[in-house]
Design a protein around this ligand. Structure first.
Ligand SMILES: NC(=O)c1ccc[n+]([C@@H]2O[C@H](COP(=O)([O-])OP(=O)(O)OC[C@H]3O[C@@H](n4cnc5c(N)ncnc54)[C@H](OP(=O)(O)O)[C@@H]3O)[C@@H](O)[C@H]2O)c1
Length: 301
């Protein structure tokens, strides 16, 4: 089967759409014929060797963490799903014609395949951030980086939960932030004053989902340092902020998908996607590496 692979560490030039053996569903897993698979920054952090303990792979390794598609194999012990069902969820090596999922949900017929592929990691991360910050209806959240794959879903999930959201993005994305329900502020010099003007009573928590806002700004805005949570700037932990890398003990993928299906069905979460054929994966990764993605990037095998 065709898949997006890397065999050595480097930039997008190391990516190859290569023929690799098909995977098979193990116990507790399903295999799908992939309709769409999303691109996440963790993929390029992996092939560029930026993840902790990174080393060159032993052979061609398939990228991708989430996908949508039609079940074509059901592993031992799996109930409630059958060959031919439309699903979306989490796996490893999803940017391929076939992949194995470890957690999934039924895909509503009304949900586009690309949007379904774009959703799992963004939903799971956003559900985790909102839960760890213990946000309650009526409270105010500042999202540092509200226009990206995770940011835009986090903004909309928070708004759907009755939270007021102030979010930063570039000047180009201010209209997009308004569209998804946030009070937008441009990032850069003077950010703290702009957020204070947008939320005169202060914010109850700060979610850093781009990892590019100075720590001093994040701490200045939060009522206390433990109300600053980052998914992308792990240096904050040394200064009293909180970080989440998505360990198994923190993740609730099945609950996040169940919650997300309802929000997507009701259009309370709308995900903007840009699609690329699998063969043009390098171009998709160059776009992701630019750091200025609006919504999500999706590959179509
Ligand atoms: N720890 C975890 O569990 C976890 C899970 C998922 C993702 N992540 C990490 O979280 C980060 C974001 O992921 P993603 O998928 O949302 O990435 P993405 O789709 O590439 O989005 C990046 C966003 O960052 C914004 N941005 C760029 N410079 C900024 C700045 N100075 N201040 C504020 N925002 C800025 C961009 O907005 P403009 O286009 O408007 O500039 C863009 O919308 C990545 O580092 C990823 O690896 C971590």
């Amino acid at each position: 089967m065709r898949a997006v692979t890397y065999s050595e560490l480097g930039g997008p030039e190391v990516l190859e759409v290569a023929d690799v053996p098909e995977p098979h569903a193990g116990p507790g897993q399903v295999r799908i014929k992939v309709a769409a698979a999303s691109v996440n920054p963790v993929d390029w952090k992996t092939f560029r060797g930026l993840m902790p303990g990174a080393q060159a792979p032993a052979g061609p390794t398939v990228l991708g963490w989430d996908a949508s598609g039609v079940v074509d194999e059901v592993g031992e012990g799996v109930t409630g799903v059958a060959v031919g069902d439309d699903v979306f969820g989490f796996g490893r090596g999803t940017q391929a014609e076939r992949t194995v999922l470890t957690a999934w949900a039924p895909k509503p017929a009304s949900l586009d395949w690309s949007v379904a592929a774009a959703a799992p990691s963004a939903l799971e991360t956003s559900e985790r951030v909102l839960r760890l910050l213990d946000l309650q209806p009526g409270q105010t959240l500042f999202v540092a980086g509200g226009a990206g794959g995770v940011g835009a879903v986090l903004v909309q999930m928070a708004v759907a939960a009755g939270v007021t959201v102030v979010a930063s993005a570039s000047a180009d994305n201010q209209g997009y932030l308004a569209e998804i329900g946030a009070v937008g502020v441009p990032y850069g010099e003077g950010l703290v004053d702009r957020v204070r003007a947008a939320a005169p009573d202060g914010v109850d928590a700060v979610a850093d989902v781009a990892g590019k806002t100075p720590a001093a700004d994040l701490f200045a805005l939060a009522p206390s340092r433990d109300k600053v949570l980052s998914i992308a700037n792990f240096d904050l932990a040394a200064e009293g902020g909180r970080v989440t890398g998505g360990s198994e003990s923190e993740r609730r993928p099945t609950e996040a998908l169940a919650q997300g299906v309802e929000l997507l069905r009701e259009s309370k979460v709308v995900i903007k996607v840009q699609t690329f054929p699998l063969e043009r994966a390098r171009e998709a990764y160059e776009t992701s590496l630019s750091g200025h993605v609006r919504g999500k990037l999706v590959l179509l095998p």
